[in-house]
Ligand binder design. Structure first.
Ligand code: B4P
Length: 193
C-alpha cells in the first residue's frame, strides 16, 4: 500500500491533481472536502454540522475529519494505494493519522506541497465560483480567510513531514498536465527506491 498526501492552499490544484493521480495509478482518492460536500448535499447530521463552518471558510473539527478518515480506511483495507487530498490539515490530524495507520503497519510515503502564487490562487477560486458556485469560493473575504488559515494552521505541518524526510514541494502554477507529469515522476522515483 502506497500513501501519498497532496497538500497546498485552496486553489492550488490538490483535488484536480489527486483525482488524476488516483485514476492513473489505480489508487483510492480520499478528499475530505468532497466527503463533506457529499454529506451536506445529502443533508446528513454531519453535513448539517459541517455546512456553516465550510461555507464561512473555516475547518471542521479535527474529530470530524479524523473520524471520516478512519471510516474510509476501514472500508478499504486492501487498496493498493491512497491519494489523500486535504488531509491532514492540522498538527493534531498528523498525529491522529499515524495512529489510524498503525493497525495497517503503514506510515505516509510521500507528502507533496503544491506551490502557487496568491494572485493565481484567488483567480482560480473566483473562476471556479463562476462555474460551480461553491459558497466558500463566493466571496473574496472568505477566500482570503481560507488562505490565511492555510498559512497559519496548515502550512506549519510541512515541518512534521520534513522531519520524516518525505516532504517534496512542486510548482503548481503550470498547466494541469505539466503538474501531473511532475507528480507522477516524483512518485515513480519514490516507489523505485
Ligand atoms: P477542499 O475540498 O480541500 O477545498 P480547496 O482547499 O478549495 O481545494 P480543492 O482541492 O477543492 O481545489 P483545487 O485546488 O483542486 O476543502 C474544502 C473545505 O472542507 C475546507 O475549507 C474545510 O472547511 C473543509 N475541510 C476539508 N478537509 C478538512 C480537514 N482535514 N480538516 C478540517 N476541515 C476540512 O482547484 C481549485 C480550482 O483551480 C479548480 O476550479 C480547478 O479546476 C482549478 N485548477 C486546478 N489546477 C489548475 C491549473 N494547473 N491551472 C489552472 N486552474 C487549475
Amino acid at each position: 500500500m502506497f500513501i501519498v498526501i497532496i497538500a497546498g492552499p485552496p486553489g492550488s490544484g490538490k483535488g484536480t491533481q489527486a483525482g488524476l493521480l488516483a485514476a492513473k495509478l489505480g489508487f483510492v482518492h480520499i478528499s475530505t472536502g468532497d466527503i463533506l460536500r457529499r454529506e451536506i448535499e445529502e443533508g446528513t447530521k454531519l453535513g448539517q454540522i459541517a455546512k456553516a463552518r465550510i461555507d464561512d471558510g473555516n475547518f471542521v473539527t479535527d474529530e470530524i475529519a479524523c473520524e471520516m478518515i478512519i471510516n474510509v480506511l476501514n472500508s478499504l483495507p486492501n487498496a493498493d494505494g491512497f491519494v489523500f487530498d486535504g488531509f491532514p490539515r492540522t498538527y493534531y490530524q498528523c498525529g491522529a493519522f499515524e495512529d489510524v495507520l498503525k493497525p495497517f503497519n503503514k506510515v505516509p510515503d510521500l507528502f507533496v506541497e503544491l506551490k502557487v502564487p496568491k494572485q493565481e490562487l484567488v483567480r482560480r477560486l473566483q473562476e471556479r465560483n463562476r462555474k460551480a458556485a461553491r459558497p466558500d469560493d463566493s466571496d473574496l473575504s472568505i477566500i482570503n480567510h481560507r488562505l490565511l488559515l492555510y498559512s497559519d494552521v496548515t502550512k506549519p505541518i510541512t515541518q512534521w513531514y520534513k522531519e520524516k524526510e518525505i516532504y517534496v514541494e512542486i510548482d503548481g502554477s503550470g498547466s494541469v498536465d505539466n503538474v501531473q507529469e511532475n507528480l507522477l515522476s516524483i512518485i515513480s522515483d519514490k516507489r523505485i527506491k
